[in-house]
Design a protein around this ligand. Sequence first.
Ligand code: UT7
Length: 325
Amino acid sequence: MPLLSTPTRAEIAGVGSALPLRRVDNAELAAQVDTSDEWIVERTGIRSRYIAGDGETTATLATDAARRALDHAGIEASDIDLIVLATATPDQTFPATATKVQTALGIRDCVAFDVAAVCSGFLYALTVADAMIRSGGATTALVIGAETFSRILDWEDRATCVLFGDGAGAMVLRASDDPDRGILATKLHADGRYNDLLYVDGGPSTTQTVGKLRMKGREVFRHAVTNLAAVLGEVLAAAGLTSADVDWVVPHQANARILDATARKLGLSPDKVVVTVDRHANTSAASVPLAFDVAVKDGRIKRGDLVVLEAMGGGFTWGAAAVRY
Ligand code: UT7
């Protein structure tokens, strides 16, 4: 890949994803927690999730997803000069999980770091990698969202433990001088006044424990629909597009009702929304690239399609991207 002196775009060269071996359906959960398949399906649309087992970590899932994305792109690991990995569940507080992926892929030298923006992490990572490529700071990047939320769930709290799953998704971004393809626009937001609606009650600098996830679900829900519809409108406007131009929406997969309500607010047909929350549950930073990969591999998202990505999560943080795949 020759170094381009003035890249105008970061294009998506390939995508990949990985899930743990163990699939847990609602009936299996209901045998351990005071819940039911009916409640979970009706309130969230979730039917199953994947839970990491021994030897499966955020780094191993991220590495598997990255390998598949590199294969899909037809790019060698040695061509990667940037890894940005979004996670709220790193293998260790430090070093960055991105450096573990680097080593596992046998990359001798590159820029590698993690981004912490919880469920919006992939949008943040994509925005950073896009900016580095457009400014000439990188030519070929791995952007990864990877999580093992099962390890920070309170399995006694039925209001949260049924909602999340583990997994990873990856994209290979490449500098391109094709002005019509690639990442057209991104838009990010954060509002820390809402820290206490979705958080982990531990950390190295406070309790010196890892902590467990805590969420006021109903309030998060209310903010999610408003913020996501607004940021999708902003990113489309920034790209000079409207809802009518959109071929696919790949949303953060938190709750089927949020996906429906957001699509309705934008006047988008539910048929254009990629939904994987039923099989993967909420995989936080992994959910957008995981859903994107599913829709590419099953033939829905095709080269040339206009795809919008969106997510919102703890912080609050939220964001969106418009891409021509
Ligand atoms: O990824 C980051 C972003 N996160 C989100 O976007 C999550 C947003 N929030 C949501 O998706 C929804 O608010 C939830 C799915 C978390 C909850 O749905 P809800 O319709 O807001 O339910 P709720 O929390 O108001 O609870 C309704 C009832 C309560 O019982 P009472 O007080 O009405 O008797 C809960 O105790 O449902 C009960 N409940 C459950 N029942 C059976 C809560 N969790 C469960 C459960 N099984 N797992």
